[in-house]
Design a protein around this ligand. Structure first.
Ligand code: HSE
Length: 347
């Protein structure tokens, strides 16, 4: 039975949910997926770190109290985050990177990915920063070290988008996409349609845990802009930088705009989009757009995300589902590990 050894980098909600999945489902995965997972190291800036080459107790890890230095309570644990040791020397085959997104330079996550790839370890990540800012360099590094770099969870969490487009839509000639790629802003717009004011709707999204602590990145489109760069570079072969994507958010919309749209048989949605033009150039934007009710994205309400691919052979192909959440994003990491398993099996 194939067993993959994992080092978890960042132990917030997402990697904790992955530990929980491993604790509950590893046995089933033997028959369902053809492999099992063993956690051999964990590191987190707040909680500290632990290495256990023979395998750590996933159930115990999943229940670790969220207090500073808590890893020191575990056998072999430390209150300090020994990132380098966990990534390079824990004996892991796969590094599972789920630290915070830094939209400015992608650090420290980009260095974590680089250290792992340079040492011939596969990397799976949910982090938008390294992909949007350094995706091409990291992919080249993975290739030259004969390992895999997967990041399905960076866009729309576990809802299949990147792999679906690259694998199942291969040959359909994707020429562009439009997406509702931020749950908070879509939730806010939906609530405003119900009569709630902008500020109240944002507070509600924070209460429900959709919005970031500082919701500016959600409502001003910055979060969507990173996702547009990732999708455009991945699916359209673009070489966009974040600054190439024009960006405006939903904070300028008021209840009057929402009501006017309703009277016109339309809805405001925050749309991240990219399109390849006849001359081969690619344009990309994040902006509120008025969608008529027959548009494939107009019925996507609340915190749900969706992306509609424009293809040559099939026309519009739309996928919708959760765009955030601990378990939803942990599933994306599992799907990346399955993809590694499949590519290892084919080589
Ligand atoms: N705050 C983000 C959202 C989380 O509302 O969609 C996922 O990137």
């Amino acid at each position: 039975m194939t067993e993959y050894k994992l080092a978890l980098v960042g132990f917030g909600g997402v990697n904790r949910a992955l530990a929980q999945l491993i604790a509950e489902r590893n046995e089933n995965w033997k028959t369902e997926l053809g492999f099992t997972l063993k956690i051999v190291g964990v590191t987190d800036l707040f909680l500290g770190s632990v290495i256990g080459r023979e395998g750590l107790d996933a159930a115990l890890l999943a229940k670790l109290p969220a207090v500073k230095g808590a890893m020191a309570q575990l056998a072999g644990g430390e209150a300090d985050a020994l990132n380098e040791a966990v990534i390079k020397d824990s004996g892991a085959d796969i590094i599972v990177e789920a630290t915070f997104t830094n939209p400015v330079d992608g650090e420290p996550a980009t260095s974590f990915c680089r250290w792992a790839l340079e040492r011939g370890k596969h990397v799976v990540t949910t982090n938008k920063g390294p992909i949007a800012l350094h995706g091409a360099a990291l992919k080249a590094l993975a290739r030259s070290n004969n390992v895999t770099f997967e990041y399905e969870g960076s866009v729309m969490s576990g809802t299949p988008v990147i792999r679906l487009a690259k694998q199942s839509l291969a040959g359909s000639s994707i020429v562009g996409f439009e997406g509702i790629l931020n749950g908070t802003s879509n939730f806010v717009l939906t609530r405003m349609e119900g009569g709630l004011g902008f500020a109240e709707a944002v507070s509600k999204a924070q209460e429900l845990g959709y919005a970031e602590a500082d919701p500016t990145a959600d409502v001003e489109g910055h979060d969507v802009r990173l996702k547009v760069v990732i999708l455009a570079n991945e699916l359209l072969g673009a070489k966009l930088k974040v600054s190439d994507v024009t960006c405006s958010g939903i904070s300028s919309l008021d209840l009057g705009d929402i009501e006017k749209a309703r009277q016109d048989g339309a809805r405001w949605k925050l749309i991240g989009a990219a399109m390849r033009h006849a001359d081969g150039s690619i344009s990309a934007s994040v902006e509120p757009r008025l969608l008529k009710h027959d548009h494939p994205l107009s019925g996507i309400s609340g915190a749900t995300n969706a992306v509609s691919f424009t293809t040559d052979l099939l026309g519009a192909v739309t996928v919708s589902g959760p765009g955030a959440g601990r378990m939803e994003t942990a599933f994306a990491l599992l799907s990346d590990i399955i993809s590694i398993h499949q590519s290892v099996a084919h080589n």
